[in-house]
Design a protein around this ligand. Structure first.
Ligand code: GDP
Length: 304
């Protein structure tokens, strides 16, 4: 299983730490809880979510009087599945594209380098496999490389792409893309955007402008704002989520590069802290290495 493989490092590191934290202990007591807190924090679950999990386990220990350390794995798993349930519906299967006369418009945001272009390419591939007509919009007009990469993905996957000259207005690209999607009778539109975070006001204005212009073509657009985060960057991903959620209304998350990192705990913390569903996770560089996030599979892969 790709997901199991992808999360192997996170899992290994988590379990090593966990078993060290309970070594020589048969009962969950304050010391074990303190150690567990550290394990969760160093696994990039994030402070707030860690404290929430510890509090829930404390309550359980207080209620049940005796909780053996051999039960800790099961309890943690239950609590984490519970947390993930609060903002990830029972079986998330990625985006559900409604059958309609107008396309489902997905605006993709995120900082450069997180895997935005790759995620758009992989998504286009998935939608196309499912029989959808897809149009891409190369809205990151500030980076020639971003447009070039997206063009390569469009060719590889076999979908249409709308682009303009470097430095042109991203909102204008978005407008053209929706016009083209309309003319072609597309089912899904994926719009790339520039991920410049250095100026929050600019980012906010730019994203609102893109939205406003798209709404001239389709008043309901965008149907999703997908924030792409690099799961291997731990706390940076938290910080980016904070910045982007302040700049625009983010409806879904994609967490990339979970293969080859021990920081998979970031998925748990980010989903909890921002109350936004994780819709996809990236587990490799290939076309098929994007998975619809399923909290049960995730917890199973993480806790083995
Ligand atoms: P962008 O600047 O955000 O558009 O980032 P790109 O899509 O160009 O990706 C940056 C690098 O990360 C590329 O080398 C991708 O192949 C790689 N990448 C993207 N997603 C994943 C993933 O899920 N796993 C791995 N291992 N690499 C990824």
């Amino acid at each position: 299983e790709k997901l199991d493989e992808g999360l192997e490092k996170s899992k290994q590191s988590f379990f090593d730490k966990l078993s060290r934290s309970v070594a020589g202990k048969s009962k969950v007591d304050d010391e074990v809880l303190d150690n567990l807190e550290e394990v969760l924090i160093t696994s990039d679950v994030g402070v707030e979510t860690t404290l929430k999990i510890i509090k829930r386990i404390e309550e359980r220990v207080a209620r049940d009087k005796y909780v053996g350390t051999d039960e800790l794995n099961r309890i943690l798993r239950e609590e984490i599945a519970g947390l993930l349930s609060e903002n990830n519906s029972d079986r998330t299967r990625g985006f559900e594209i409604p059958v309609k006369n107008e396309p489902y418009v997905i605006m993709v945001v995120g900082v450069n380098g997180v895997g935005k272009t790759t995620t758009i390419g992989k998504l286009a591939h998935q939608f196309k496999q499912n029989g959808k007509k897809v149009v891409l919009g190369a809205g990151d007009t500030f980076r020639a490389a971003a447009v070039d990469q997206l063009v390569i993905w469009a060719e590889r996957v076999g979908v249409t792409i709308v682009k303009q000259a470097m430095g042109s207005d991203p909102a204008s690209v978005a407008f053209d893309t929706l016009q083209s999607a309309k003319a072609q009778g597309a089912d899904v539109v994926l719009i790339d955007t520039a991920g410049r975070l250095h100026n929050k006001v600019n980012l906010m204005n730019e994203l609102s402008k893109i939205k406003r212009v798209m709404q001239k073509v389709y008043p309901d657009a965008p149907h999703e704002v997908l924030l792409v985060l690099d799961g291997s960057t731990g706390q940076n991903a938290f910080e980016q989520a904070k910045q982007f959620t302040q700049a625009t209304e983010v409806s879904a998350l994609a967490v990339t590069k979970l293969d080859g990192t021990a920081k998979g705990g970031v998925v748990i913390g980010i989903s909890d802290q921002f109350q936004i569903p994780v819709k996809y996770i990236g587990v490799g560089e290939g076309m098929n290495d994007l998975q619809a996030f399923d909290k049960f599979e995730f917890v199973d892969s993480f806790f083995g």
